[in-house]
Design a protein around this ligand. Sequence first.
Ligand code: NDP
Ligand code: GDR
Length: 344
Amino acid sequence: MKRALITGITGQDGSYLAEFLLEKGYEVHGIIRRASTFNTDRIDHIYQDPHRSDKRLFLHYGDLADGTNLAKLLCEIRPDEVYNLAAQSHVRVSFDAPEYTGDVTGLGTQRLLEAIRQTGLIEKVRFYQASSSEMYGKVQEVPQTETTPLWPRSPYACAKVYSHWLTVNYRESYGLFGCSGILFNHESPRRGETFVTRKITRAAGRIKMGLQDKLFLGNLDAKRDWGYAKEYVEMMWLMLQQDTPDDYVVATNETHSVKEFVQEAFGLLGLDWEQYVDYDQRYERPAEVDLLIGDPAKAKRQLGWEPRVRFKDLVKIMTEADLELARQERAVATAAGKELAATR
Ligand code: NDP
Ligand code: GDR
């Protein structure tokens, strides 16, 4: 049985990847951060009773800021594959917390790679690094490919460039089987609620259900290549199954503006978005990435991978899921209201 270690298992991608690897028969180990509130919502449905003898999902406390602990975990688990998905992953937040972002999203990868090297696992482990289309930053070439020059435009993107090149460096210096997936934006009903797509679909559902009046957004003109997270995690695994390590763009080769996303989501619920959306400067970034569109030709040619869910399908999946969530929220609010009235 193959053994995988996932950093960032509680995040959007980590949860889909864990499901995918469990289905493939892997033993899956995930690193979670200690928090004062529960932070395992996205993986609770695959959590297994620790007393089960056939248990294949194991969670360990750890942090990319703690290299000693990473080395200890690697020694104990001795994984065949390591997927480094953990990061302070919010671009706008990285301008507010640049040092922290550099520490976790950049140096965190250094700590993990060095722990793999120092524990003598470098020849055994296959390593996946979650690189990002944000590394392209300022538009120099469209569509972006594996050879497009990088021009990062945020502390987050700078940290990702560092991690990306470290992975290449460990491959060239120490023979690590290390791959970087340059993933363009990918979304799902599990997307964090402060990323623009989920913020939009959450608001559309809540407005439709009468739970919210307004949606405040920043730049509506930025264009992104949005794909479906569930499909993208398959590419992470595929990269590590090849004979030689390499880097790949994972994208749909379609781009749409934030405004188009709003129009589509609100339109699906019969809402006129212009009545509900207001501008708030707080959501602007000091430097913006204006246009991302990725060419996944290499992924198709070499790994046979192609995205199936396109822009309109994705907006529909997310909008429908968030309408259902808002419906449940309203039902809970109504029940609570009735309970309160009954006590008066
Ligand atoms: P999320 O923000 O949903 O998840 C991030 C994960 O990292 C969470 O599990 C989080 O834990 C964990 N984490 C954060 N800080 C630390 C830390 N100091 N130590 C250990 N774990 C930590 O991100 P996504 O799932 O969307 O993305 C996965 C990866 O892919 C990230 O590295 C992201 O930067 C990158 N990426 C994402 C893209 C996208 O469109 N989604 C595109 C390209 C790259 P907790 O739950 O406790 O907060
Ligand atoms: P991004 O995603 O920065 O591309 O990074 P995000 O959804 O945060 O922003 C996309 C675009 O929408 C504009 N925008 C807003 N963004 C947010 N979050 N909130 C708003 O209110 C808002 N209004 C407009 C932004 O300016 C931007 O242009 C995501 C993350 O998952 C990264 O970790 C990942 O590496 C990249 O995708 C690829």
